[in-house]
Design a protein around this ligand. Structure first.
Ligand code: ZN
Ligand code: ZN
Length: 175
């Protein structure tokens, strides 16, 4: 029993934190980055040639916060596992968003089916609307079905780029 709890509680803390972080990331993306925090996030919605974006500062803020929790976690063990969860989420975020969708890694892989394709297309739809308002799909690891998102774009009555879903290897990479 004791061994079970020894593993169970950290596992639940990590999984719970990862799930919470997806909710929190989607919430803050919609209400902060597309709200009063648009100043930094704007750089991510505009085409550019630089390797870094002002928007990356958000990742730095999250990383500093996680490091802070690791330090606190040295004294308070549940906090340490929460910091582990946030770090795992950071890796997932980088893989899905920076890697898969925006190809900030040195190879090109476009998912053609299943879950990865859905998340990929959903985030392309996030970038299909110009500017801050009327965007859809704010999560990074979970995405609503693509047809639902397209319906939402129509309801929002904002012009959007229908090319976003084109399944074309030659398509220029988006920023
Ligand atoms: Zn955005
Ligand atoms: Zn993006």
């Amino acid at each position: 029993m004791e061994t079970l709890l020894h593993y169970l509680i950290p596992t639940l803390l990590v999984l719970g934190t990862v799930a919470f972080m997806e909710w929190f990331a989607a919430w803050s993306h919609e209400h902060i980055m597309h709200g009063w925090g648009w100043g930094w996030h704007k750089s991510h919605h505009e085409p550019h040639d630089e390797a870094l974006e002002e928007n990356d500062l958000y990742a730095v803020v999250f990383a500093v916060f996680a490091v802070g929790l690791f330090i606190l976690g040295a004294y308070l063990w549940p906090v340490w596992w929460i910091a582990v969860g946030i770090s795992i989420y950071g890796v997932l975020y980088f893989f899905m968003h920076d890697g898969l969708v925006h190809q900030r890694w040195p190879f090109k892989y476009i998912p053609r089916k299943g879950y990865l394709k859905r998340v990929y297309q959903a985030h392309r739809l996030h970038h299909a609307v110009q500017g801050r308002d009327g965007c859809v799909s704010f999560g990074f690891v979970y995405a609503e079905p693509v047809d639902k998102l397209v319906k939402k774009l129509h309801t929002n009555q904002r012009p959007f780029d229908p090319e976003a879903l084109k399944d074309d290897e030659q398509r220029p990479s988006i920023h």
